[in-house]
Ligand binder design. Structure first.
Ligand SMILES: [Zn+2]
Length: 332
């Protein structure tokens, strides 16, 4: 996100944390203090450019879902679809004209398979893409020049060769120059070690790099190392049975909280199917702030269960809100 910073400290954790003081939304800069529960990896609109890509193309439904999110306390979503593969800044702008939920738009690049052949950042190359990303952060989106991007999306597989490295460098450099954050789509956390080397070379502080989907690689030691190095870990498998959230992301989240590293975590749901929205009968965006956590393991005493629930309830809303919430990690 485009942010400015002030020194802050985090109780119980010396993590070099600095607070974000404002966030660039499609409706303009918004004080970070106004942001409560947020979905840090969301999708409201995807008009796919290729067959077999996720699609979300019903603005009325998106608006209803945002209203439902707002009613549950939601205040902000980061729409993680970059330009050229489904983003429409005009739709995002209209949604925020009628919704109280703030929306952050993304510039940057996604996996090559989401672009028609010969189009988009993969065809443009690193240098031209860096200019394009920076222009969308500083001036406005290609399709809606009155709306600025607030974050740079980037995709990292670690085996995309020079083209992937060039685009990643372009994303990191644009973010560095425009004081923005980068949301990295990782392939289930693969090859983040190589990405860390690129971030080091770029000079961008790791606190401006959110590693999405890293909870699909639930290696607690790796997560601790990344958090202690300053990275922001984007956890987003809470509603994905395929990734066994009860066995993976929830224990991981508890372990990170216990170690005082929760300011380095953002929560998201990454819902790309309208059937997952609450207005269509799914858990919906509201789940990011409302879910109290998985049931306590069987066999515990009543007092322990109560304490455990309270701890989880306390942890989750804070994970998306307040001056010490994970969104604060986007600064630094
Ligand atoms: Zn996504």
């Amino acid at each position: 996100m485009r942010v400015s910073f002030e020194q802050d400290s985090v109780a119980g954790a010396d993590v070099g944390h600095k607070a974000v003081t404002w966030i660039e939304t499609v409706a303009g800069p918004r004080p970070a203090a106004d942001v409560g529960v947020a979905d840090a990896h969301a999708h409201l609109w995807i008009a796919p450019r290729v067959p077999d890509a996720p699609a979300l193309t019903d603005p009325a439904l998106a608006l209803a879902e945002l209203a439902d999110f707002a009613a549950a306390g939601g205040t902000l979503v980061v729409d993680c679809q970059p330009g050229g593969c489904g983003r429409d800044g005009r739709v995002l702008a209209r949604l925020t004209q009628v919704s109280t939920v703030a929306v952050v738009a993304a510039t940057g690049f996604h996996l090559a398979r989401y672009y028609p052949a010969g189009e988009g950042p993969w065809a443009l190359g690193g240098d031209a893409s860096r200019i394009q990303f920076e222009r969308e952060l500083r001036q406005g989106l290609a399709e809606e020049p009155t709306v600025r991007a607030g974050v740079v999306k980037a995709a990292w597989t670690g085996d995309g060769g020079d083209a992937e490295r060039d685009l990643m460098r372009a994303a990191l450099e644009a973010a560095q120059r425009a004081a923005a954050a980068v949301v990295v789509h990782t392939d289930a956390g693969a090859a983040v070690e190589g990405l860390v080397r690129l971030v080091d070379d770029s000079g961008l502080t790791p606190a401006r790099v959110q590693l999405s989907h890293i909870d699909k690689r639930p290696d607690a030691a790796l997560h601790r190392d990344l958090a202690r190095a300053g990275y922001v870990l984007g956890y987003d498998t809470f509603l994905r049975p395929k990734y066994d959230p009860e066995r993976h992301v929830w224990p991981l989240l508890r372990a990170m909280i216990a170690d005082g590293l929760w300011p380095h975590i953002t929560l998201g749901l990454d819902l790309v199917d309208a059937a997952s929205w609450h207005v269509r009968g799914g858990a919906g965006l509201r789940a990011v702030g409302r879910r109290a956590g998985p049931p306590a393991p069987r066999g515990r005493g009543r007092r322990d269960r109560t304490r455990s629930r309270r701890r989880q309830r306390g942890a989750l809303p804070r994970a998306g809100q307040g001056s010490r919430g994970p969104r604060g990690c986007w600064g630094g």
